[in-house]
Design a protein around this ligand. Sequence first.
Ligand code: ADP
Ligand code: ASP
Ligand code: MG
Length: 405
Amino acid sequence: MALIVQKYGGTSVGDVERIKNVARRIKGMVDEGNRIVVVVSARSGVTNDLIARAKAITPNPDEREMDRLLACGEQETIALMAMALESMGQKAVSRTGAQAGLFTDSLHTKARIVKITGGDILEKLDEGYVVIVAGFQGVNELGEVTTLGRGGSDLSAIAIAASINADICQIYTDVDGVYTADPRIVKKARKIPVISYDELFEMASSGSKVMQARSVEFARKYGVVFEVRSSFNNEPGTIVKLEVPSLESLVVSGVAVDKNQTKVTLSELPDQPGVAAEIFESLGKAGIMVDMIVQNIGRGGKANLTFTVAKDDASKAEQILNEVSGKLGCKVSLTGDIAKVSVVGIGMRSHSGVAGTFFKALAKENINVQMITTSEIKIAVAIDLADADVAANLLHEAFGLDGDK
Ligand code: ADP
Ligand code: ASP
Ligand code: MG
């Protein structure tokens, strides 16, 4: 008998039939003697739809109101899932993030967890209930609803698993596990049976949306071993944990593509100390993360600074930079016409020649590189959006990741 936290993503609860299928799966596991906490996302498309409605009213909606709105998606699915289980004769009760004691700071739309108590989850399990918790949402110290950033139901599940000391945390989604690349983009991608937190974190923060990056970071910090698997079959998925025996020959374990980036260029900036600090501080204060940064050599006392931000943050960034540019006398321009393509692998630490293989693969199709960043286990480039899928396939092949399919 195990204590299991299961998370079902948007596609897995996408309509009433799918909700009933998931409920059947859960009931089967309860009948085998397991105690189950379920974390659900909004139906697929619902969160995007709510964002689109808000943006149709105003380009920069108030973030407190935004969270109030976005939290609705998950509240629909917890209630429907509880009804589906009850209709099969299984006791079930729904809980909001606040009721599950998921406390966050007040950084609306990307709040960070400060404490998680679990509320009455364990008592309800003891009474024979399946407890269904709304993913993606929490509550701040003022009692205001907050959300945990896109894909945040993954984080809710991992945090709840940590707080109740679950035996297993399972992330059910619409793919069989973590692949060497997004199987929608790279047809020859292969399923990875076991992956380390570090590698999955780099892949997720480089754009592989199979797991929210923050949830992987949280799992690593609290030692939550989890499995990513499909809600549509019974195939074993991908186990994510700390230590993974690495094959010496495997330099790269995956390729990631991020099409949700915007490139920001500030031209004719005064080439003086303190200017970059002023720009990045003002973005940081607004909770905007900056990714790749390139500054060209100053000429005639002027320089250009280029960097990327998430597309979701672009209009907020533009508003802030327009204020700063007035003061600094520079020009601001933004384009969403770029993508970031990365290769990730712990093996890079001990192998040379990775950069050579990387750039040779892109050169083969004349793909022009606009920006480059590296870490100990990653090389990432910004390229034209139109080249992204071709680049991902070329790199996948060049690093020997192609499967037989
Ligand atoms: P959910 O709604 O269940 O949270 P997501 O849509 O957030 O599901 O994540 C699953 C999707 O992630 C897959 O359908 C797949 O297209 C995409 N994906 C991106 N990179 C990878 C990868 N390396 N392995 C598996 N899936 C990936
Ligand atoms: N519904 C939220 C989103 O679409 C959270 C999630 O699906 O994990 O981002
Ligand atoms: Mg997701």
